[in-house]
Ligand binder design. Sequence first.
Ligand code: ANZ
Ligand code: ZN
Length: 804
Amino acid sequence: MRDYNPKEIESKWQKTWLEQGDFEPKEDTSLPKKYILSMFPYPSGSIHMGHVRNYCIGDALARYYRKNGFNVLHPIGWDAFGMPAENAAIKHKLHPKDWTYSNIDNMKKELMSLGLSFSQERELATCDEDYTHWEQKIFIDLWKAGYVYRKKAYLNWCPNDKTVLANEQVIEGKCWRCDTQVVQKEMEQYYIKITSFAQELLDDLNLLEGKWPNQVIQMQRNWIGKSSGLEFELNLKERVGEIEKIKVFTTRADTIFGVTYCALAPEHQLVQELFATLSKESQDKIKEMQNTTALDRSIAPKSGVPLGVSVIHPLSGEEIPLWVANFVLADYGCGAVMGVPAHDERDYEFAKVCGLGVKRVIEGGELPYVGEGKLIESQEFSGLDNLEAKKQIIALFEERKLGEEVTNYRLKDWGISRQRYWGTPIPLVHCKECGTLPEERLPVLLPYDVSIDGEGNPLEKHPSWKHCTCPKCGKEALRETDTMDTFMESSWYFLRYVTPKILREQKALDEGAMKYWLNVDEYIGGIEHAILHLLYARFFTKVLKKLGYVEISEPFENLLTQGMVLKNGAKMSKSKGNVVDPNSIISKYGADSARLFILFAAPPTKELEWNDDALEGAYRFIKRLWDRSKNATPCQSLPQVDTSALSKESKFARKKVYEALKKSEEIFSKKISGYPFNTLISSCMEALNALSDQDNPQVWTEGYFILLNLLEPIIPHTSYELSSELFSLKNLTPLKIDETALQSESLVIVVSVNGKKRADIEIECNASKEEILSLAKESVSKWLEGEILKEIYVPNKLVNFVLK
Ligand code: ANZ
Ligand code: ZN
């Protein structure tokens, strides 16, 4: 037998698999299917250990199902638009397109060197022209169905570079390039009405119970953030221009008699109206609030500005002062609140800072008291339990037509406009006569000849690109220069993989293929995508169902969120300087060792601590597997073992082999959840040890036939090489458990004291170490005088007691 040479066999099998098209899904829709998808990567340039983990988990699943008779779709693609490409253009004068495609080339090579079983035919990059084409088609369908609208919004703006900045480009309030103070600028933006699906997105989380991690379901629920309460109006004491009243939203109508002030968001219309009447100091304070993002405002110390006007309490008739408050958000509820400092933490803090009154209306603990209790000082509602009071107060408001019960969602509509070059162009045209219209002569492609220098929007600055003709009247018109948020692309790529050719041929979709392949059976990725990506993909699925594209309601049947890869207790990352380069591991030990290590070191959902020794251990196991293969005899089917005269050791070895097979079935059938491949690998290791402790050639061969099958999803190259040599690959098919081999058998082991044999005892094969030690002690009790210093246990062989 040759020495184990991973380089040689790995490149050989990678080539063979691709030449034979082994990873391409079949057209035959009568076969049972599995759609296995690891989240596609951003093509940053080279792979990291997080990628290795993500794709090795998905690949193990894909290979298992393929081997067991399923038609498997296991595609890969590239989430190719986005800011880093543009940053590379600014910093290194590289064209985003060239930078992106050359990164893809390199990362593809690196990924394929792991032996991943990706379909080659279905590979895509979201910056490909035909991907742009169909994304724009979908956008237009959303537009026509009324799911897209335009609205003004505040964006980070660098006055020096005259450019919109993403949140990541604002560092401590300053522009990342020129250090200028960033301001908030109001601009027209395109929005997609994801909120019209808020309730459905919430309800259908129930369908995912038990199939998605609870934590992710909870994060989605919180993000959608449904709450119900009372919306009501308060009249201004004196009207301000056209404005006579303000509207507020509260979830605590029961505290209405505790109101001591009302507060508005700095962007509120009434604030604009009163702005000129305010002192210079107040105006500056409001401007500062407006120039702070909502997130920063929510963690900033409370601050406020009095507006010098008041509103009238709808039930008590009292005058209540009106303030501007930094913690009130413009786009939640009504952008205005009734302040009840006695029973709300934020209101309490605000009242203290601004010197406002605090009025208790619910009995209970120390202020601010947010718990339940009886109402006090609340007119006819005094004495009621607050939950009952809440109902009655809402009823009263509805009866007197002063307000109504409403449901609010924290979820906001999805702003998809980006003032950047490297994204999908929004396919709209602005015509002076006809207004804003979709451009249906698709695709609308990006111009290649742009100057990207960090100042302004390159598409806006391009000399000719935006000049076009109106699709309706044919006169001169202007193209929209905003591009789409890159979350748009990742919201439907899993659909694109299903019908790549069809879409290219100008048909919206292939219903047959869609019906057959969807939804994704296993989706694997990082927890960092638990909220936005998954929510947008779920939304897209729902809206595309409405538009007749798909029949499914949820895109991902099962979700596995992989744990982080750590080194020395910290997340492996460039910024921490603790990265291990997968390429160096692959070239030193081979892909199979890398794969085995990453799946053995921890169950997929748990954190994984990098460990050089364990990597060495993985390599040694594969080498041992390789070297011992000389004990197996070549054959073409599972050998029949003559079980009539097997030694205890051989019986034990068979038991271990079939236990490993059983473990594999339990894992993939989810009898054990979370795909703990680490336990499968340790079963295989135990089986190899037990095989080595016996010398029956039939048992060896049977064991190899099975173990190479079980290990194929994990170390495919080694398994294929040995399987093809020994079994012409006939072992890589579904296997059946031999129940009799699993039956508990007894085993005789030796018990000695100070190295001298004193007894033989019979133990059950599956007895625990504790049981064995106690049996052993009993059997040699008369020799055990004095303190036992050490208890040595060699599994299935002997126990030795060392005395003082
Ligand atoms: C009075 C009150 C009294 C409130 C009390 C709470 C406790 P959720 O549950 O998240 O929906 N609120 C309303 N609109 C707001 C806005 N635009 N920006 C900031 N806060 C706003 O929260 C609803 C509660 O958050 C509302 O109920 C309101 O404060 C505040 F003892 O009204 B509450
Ligand atoms: Zn026109």
